[in-house]
Design a protein around this ligand. Structure first.
Ligand code: CMP
Length: 142
């Protein structure tokens, strides 16, 4: 199992003032933040990042939403990080997310669902590299 995952605090959560609360929950869940940046994802970046979903009916809505405002992107570290972060954020649909998870607490709906997490070690590596250079993954922890 890998020890890193990629996470995003999405435009809905940033715009509604949840950035600090989600970072608190991330640290409380035992993650080390190895890299983090507030960024405005372009439409082209969102299309490329979510290319695997391009045939899905919600793809255009997803791309528009992810480029609609600032997103906080992070590289997180913990043992078995991919599964640990998925457990911390809960199910994609907040109505199905377990009590106390970030999506149950802060997400609006399946599309505006507050946070993203990688679904595999392979994708975690790709997604971290999509937003961060090697030099930005720092040795110390926040
Ligand atoms: P995320 O973990 O970022 O990965 C893919 C995203 O697609 C997912 O979170 C949701 O935000 C979005 N998504 C999945 N299903 C739907 C849906 N039915 N309607 C709108 N967005 C969706």
């Amino acid at each position: 199992m890998g020890n890193k995952t990629f996470a995003m605090i999405k435009p809905d959560a940033v715009a509604s003032g949840k950035l600090g609360k989600v970072i608190d929950a991330t640290l409380a869940a035992g993650f080390n933040i190895k890299a983090g940046r507030l960024t405005l994802i372009t439409k082209a970046q969102a299309q490329e990042f979510y290319a695997v979903h391009r045939e899905r009916p919600f793809y255009n809505e997803l791309v528009d939403f992810m480029s609609s405002g600032p997103t906080f992107v992070m590289a997180l570290e913990q043992e078995n990080a991919v599964q640990a972060w998925r457990d911390t954020i809960g199910a994609t649909d907040p109505t199905e997310a377990a009590a106390g998870t970030i999506r149950q607490l802060y997400a609006e709906n399946k599309g505006r669902n507050a946070v993203h997490g990688s679904d595999s070690d392979e994708n975690a590596e790709k997604e971290i590299a999509f937003f961060f250079s090697e030099a930005e993954i720092i040795a110390s922890n926040l």
